[in-house]
Design a protein around this ligand. Structure first.
Ligand code: HEM
Ligand code: HEM
Length: 194
């Protein structure tokens, strides 16, 4: 296993905000209602939907800052989060997938192409929700009227909900697994003094 590396303070701060916002959003979807053409929302359903809108806009802002940060260090971002977009990255990803298939999981580097690809997909997924959600916010403004266009964007917005749940469960489980295996993943990512 590689020597543990340190995440820059900005990465840790943005990650904490993104994790908190996305987790909150996903939990809110379990209790909120959303605007419909025929039936009005209950007061409680509308209350939670309002929170979903505002937390979603905050998530959009943090993810936007995250993209600007990554764009300014694009080569590093490609290596860490989108290794599949370069030839050496794809070769490394293939090698690590081979190790995964042969159940040699302890030989897969913590900061390698496989972990990076999953993290990158998580960022893309979260950005898709934040972007389509923010477009929805504009389309539904000011009276939550569901036009045919708003209805189509809603379809796109909720389409990948299961993928987001799967990412959160898998990513969270891997974080706990690596922490318990002594690699201090959660401490390195979340401790303010790290
Ligand atoms: C990163 C931020 C966001 C995440 C992770 C997120 C996540 C989700 C998920 C998973 C669903 C599907 C719920 C289900 O099928 O039970 C959903 C539904 C919905 N969200 Fe968001 N959302 C975000 C931002 C927003 C924003 C900013 C708005 C602003 C209007 C919004 C409006 C809606 C609406 C209207 C629905 C209902 C869509 C439908 O079921 O047809 N979301 N959201
Ligand atoms: C949808 C929300 C989330 C997204 C998009 C996300 C994304 C990421 C990304 C991109 C990285 C790698 C950063 C880099 O290499 O520069 C990362 C690492 C990490 N994430 Fe998340 N994350 C989310 C939620 C969470 C949650 C809820 C937890 C709580 C357990 C968590 C725990 C971690 C840990 C511990 C690491 C460090 C892994 C290591 O180096 O061993 N993440 N995450």
């Amino acid at each position: 296993m590689n020597a543990p590396f340190r995440y820059p303070r900005a990465v840790r701060a943005m990650h904490a905000l993104i994790a908190l916002a996305i987790l909150t959003q996903m939990l809110l979807t379990l209790v909120m209602q959303h605007p419909r053409a025929k039936r009005p929302m209950t007061p409680q359903g509308a209350f939670y939907f309002q929170w979903h809108e505002w937390v979603g806009l905050a998530a959009f802002a943090v993810l936007g800052a995250n993209w600007i940060y990554r764009a300014a260090r694009w080569k590093q971002a490609v290596r860490r989060l989108f290794p599949w977009s370069t030839r050496p990255g794809r070769a490394e990803l293939g090698r690590e997938l081979g190790l995964f298939a042969r159940l040699r999981w302890r030989s897969i580097p913590l900061d390698g192409a496989l972990a990076g690809t999953v993290h990158g997909l998580g960022i893309l997924l979260a950005s898709e929700f934040a972007l389509t959600g923010s477009v929805l916010f504009i389309l539904l403004w000011p009276s939550n009227q569901v036009t045919p266009l708003a209805s189509q964007v809603m379809e796109v917005h909720q389409y990948l909900g299961s993928a987001m749940w799967a990412f959160l469960a898998g990513h969270g489980a891997m974080a706990v697994w690596h922490q318990l295996a002594g690699e201090r993943s959660i401490t390195r990512m979340f401790s303010p003094r790290n």
